[in-house]
Ligand binder design. Sequence first.
Ligand SMILES: NC(=O)c1ccc[n+]([C@@H]2O[C@H](COP(=O)([O-])OP(=O)(O)OC[C@H]3O[C@@H](n4cnc5c(N)ncnc54)[C@H](O)[C@@H]3O)[C@@H](O)[C@H]2O)c1
Length: 418
Amino acid sequence: MKRQLKLGVIGAGFVANFHLMANTMVPDLEIGGVFALKGAEDFAVKSTAQGRMQCQVCRTIRQLVEENDVIAMFAPNYTRVQLMEELVEAVQNNGKQLNGLICEKPLGRTIAEARRMVELAKSTESPTAYFENQIHMKAVQKALIQLLRLQKTAGPFTLVKSNEEHPGPHEPWFWNPTLQGGGVLSDMACHSIAQAEYILTPWGFLPGFLKPVAVQAETTLLKWGQPKYRAELLERTGVDYTKTPAEDFATGIITYRNPSTGGLVKTQFTNSWMFDKQGLRLSTEAMGPGYGFEINSLRSSLEIFISDAAAQTIGDAEAALEKSTASRGLLTVQPNEVDLYGYVDEQRDALKAFCENHDALLSWEFGLHITRLCQAAYMAAEERRTLDLTDPDTTRRLETYRSAISRGEGHKVLGLVV
Ligand SMILES: NC(=O)c1ccc[n+]([C@@H]2O[C@H](COP(=O)([O-])OP(=O)(O)OC[C@H]3O[C@@H](n4cnc5c(N)ncnc54)[C@H](O)[C@@H]3O)[C@@H](O)[C@H]2O)c1
């Protein structure tokens, strides 16, 4: 059995660099190559400087596949299927058996895309890992272990509220709903929905055990539709929310049935790109009968203070916290964000699973399941009704559904806040 694997990454932007930091804590998963339209050289230099292996800049996916054991898709959402098709062709032409395939969230922008990703992965016969870091957060795992006995005696969780909020994404393509697949629901509700469902799943059962039966949701444009902010967004990203708006706030409730008890349990998600506070906040609250837990990623044991006068010398506020909005005053600093958010443990989980030749805790099938729930939320918001996921007509329509927002027709759903 292999104990060390060589990782080739596609994409060298924000998330690839986060994974690069996390990778310093996963010594047996060594980054051997990178293929990206931009940033590959810098990424390779940084990776090689970590001192474990030469990271090669690959000019083609074929070369990346030839020289690595595991491939990770860290490129934008709109490139997923095409890059995966190229990868499958390279694998087949080469007769190569990969040890594993990784894909960052979301697996697809629609159910059809996510399903295609699963089919393509299956054609390579490689195990898969769907990267949803928030399930791997140490705080989540620790809380579940602490409350395990209570789950067994009092019964499992019944309600989980999970939220991810920040002031808005870093790259223009995220804001363009026709490229990204929507707004904040497509970008971030996939995290919150997946994390909440995972916590709700009774201990001892695999992710996907609970059966979603109903979805309610709302998508709204609260900040970035206002004239001042629309103009700022257009100037900064080239995306015009008078023409193709996307939601900057989304919230919803998903009801699940426990197939062994018939009991109903619920998750509630809230996601925003208009959270104008310190920076990224992940917050979770889980309730079981007579017990519960709370996580707030903005609470840190480390706070620093920088006065106005001293702030002039401060360069990089984001070194303190992802999507940080301030560089002076009393600041929350997270000394190890990649570990806090679960990136380290999701890499460890994938490494272990691939060495044992099976899927990671979360497979691409789970990614498809989460895409389905996100699309159901868009449909529920668009049709302003609670979606019954046990209704065959609804599930059939979802298979080919593409939200109005992702088609660039967001004004039909969102209107504009003027
Ligand atoms: N887990 C998380 O919390 C998290 C955070 C951020 C992003 N993501 C996901 O990671 C993915 C990448 O996001 P990002 O923020 O790193 O984006 P980014 O725009 O910062 O970086 C994208 C990288 O992919 C490269 N790229 C673009 N098109 C390509 C192509 N056709 N072939 C090869 N390379 C190409 C770019 O040159 C760049 O290096 C997205 O799917 C996003 O949803 C996840």
